[in-house]
Design a protein around this ligand. Structure first.
Ligand code: TPP
Ligand code: MG
Length: 406
């Protein structure tokens, strides 16, 4: 009997080779909002209805909308100050959130106090909604600490630099919530929300998080801020399908929301967290947004993207559409906007003062948080480093690491 030694793929009339036009159309499908985009506030500031989600934003009256506006303006203001501090040599790096204020404030304000968040490194807006003072973020970027908030108290984990890793942490945490019967109909039921980017979806950690959370029905909302770029890699180098559709392959719902629409982000995330709290998780949300600044202050986006792309997204600015809605639909006076602006400037001054006055940590501090109970290897490294450090006997340029000169 002859055994075929090479397998030839069956030809199928159902799956013809796509034409170049179809391939291009598929790619475009990943980089346009598309008909599935959930929106409650248009870029022109007009309130539109989405029968699936209107109910989740029904309580947002003019005062609540003003509060969301204030959140976004304050967050944008200290974000800009972070950039300025880096340019003036006061921090080593800053990771701007410019353009992603609605995606973060909407999701953050959808959380209940008992819910838990796992951020990446850009979630300054979510941190704000967890009642974390922005000054507690800046030490990470000045190199004095890893964040000075209590993750348990604030229900907001430390920042994660390793791309996608927090999806595993969040999945494990959510599985714990499930195993400890914290999921259910009660008012104190809990869920987890995990923040990551479009580029992170190409990481194995995200895939593993999706698989585990799916088969264990873990109460976790995967909140992907698709800001169109992973440093210099455009979205179409991560996927041939819209990211929210990936969820289907793992067996849970995926939904795409206008990430520049704070109302829609609030409503959709409220829905998704509620699904998770009541045992119907996980859920994937793709917040379709845009990174309006560089990846970090170390990056120069003019090297890899066209300026008109940014100009187009400026027309979809997340803050401006709320301002227009407040003025046109609710007759909010200029006085309110001026007061928010003044408040944001005060915050920026406090942010800056705190940053430049942060005490310089002891030189061996970096060794003290590696293991809870120490290790002979780390102890030896500490000794060697301190000996080296003390070999510089004068003040000045060789006097060891100096934050003042950073
Ligand atoms: C495992 C890992 N690989 C590579 C990097 C370097 N890196 C830092 S940010 C980034 C891009 C991430 O893009 P995305 O997930 O879209 O998030 P965004 O920065 O756009 O918010 C990369 C590749 C890293 N930090 N971790
Ligand atoms: Mg990205």
């Amino acid at each position: 009997m002859s055994v075929p030694h090479a397998w030839t793929p069956p030809t199928s009339v159902d799956a013809p080779t796509p034409t170049p036009e179809q391939v291009v159309a598929g790619l475009k499908g990943t980089d346009e909002g598309g008909p599935d985009l959930v929106q409650l506030l248009t870029p022109e500031g007009e309130r539109v209805s989405d029968p699936r989600f209107d109910g989740y934003a029904a309580d947002v009256d003019v005062e609540s909308l003003k509060a969301l506006y204030r959140d976004m303006v304050l967050v944008r203001r200290f974000d800009r100050e972070g950039n300025a501090l880096q340019r003036q040599g006061q921090v080593g790096i800053w990771v701007p959130l410019l353009g992603q204020e609605a995606a973060q404030i909407g999701a953050g304000r959808a959380m209940q106090p008992q819910d838990m968040a796992f951020p990446s490194y850009r979630e300054h807006g979510v941190a704000w909604t967890r009642d974390i003072d922005p000054v507690d973020l800046i030490g990470i970027f000045r190199g004095t600490d890893h964040g000075s908030w209590d993750p348990k108290e604030k229900r907001f984990h430390y920042y994660t630099i390793v791309i996608g890793n927090q999806c595993l942490n969040a999945t494990g945490y959510a599985m714990g919530q499930k195993f400890e019967s914290k999921v259910g109909e009660g008012a104190d039921a809990e869920a987890t929300i995990c923040f990551f980017g479009d580029g992170a979806t190409s990481q194995g950690d995200v895939h593993e998080g999706f698989v585990w959370s799916s088969v264990y029905d873990a109460p976790v909302v995967f909140y992907c801020q698709n800001n169109q770029w992973a440093i210099s890699e455009p979205n179409e180098r991560q996927t041939r399908v819209p990211l929210y559709k990936r969820a289907q392959g793992y067996g849970f719902p995926g939904i795409r929301v206008d990430g520049n629409d704070v109302l829609a982000c609030l409503a959709v995330t409220r829905w998704a967290l509620e699904e998770c709290r009541t045992g119907n998780g996980p859920v994937l949300i793709e917040a379709f947004t845009y990174r309006m600044d560089a990846h970090t202050t170390s990056d120069d986006p003019s090297r890899y993207r066209l300026a008109d792309e940014l100009e187009l997204w400026k027309l979809k600015d997340p803050i401006e559409r709320v301002r227009v809605n407040l003025v046109r639909q609710h007759g909010v006076e200029q006085e309110f906007f001026d007061s928010v602006q003044a408040e944001s400037d005060e915050l920026a001054v406090r942010f800056r003062d705190h940053c430049v006055n942060l005490p310089q940590p002891a030189p061996d501090r970096m060794f003290s948080q590696v293991y809870a109970e120490g290790s002979p290897n780390i102890d030896a490294q500490r000794e060697a480093y301190l000996a080296y450090h003390s070999s510089f006997d004068t003040e000045g340029s060789l006097a060891g690491p100096s934050i003042e000169g950073a």
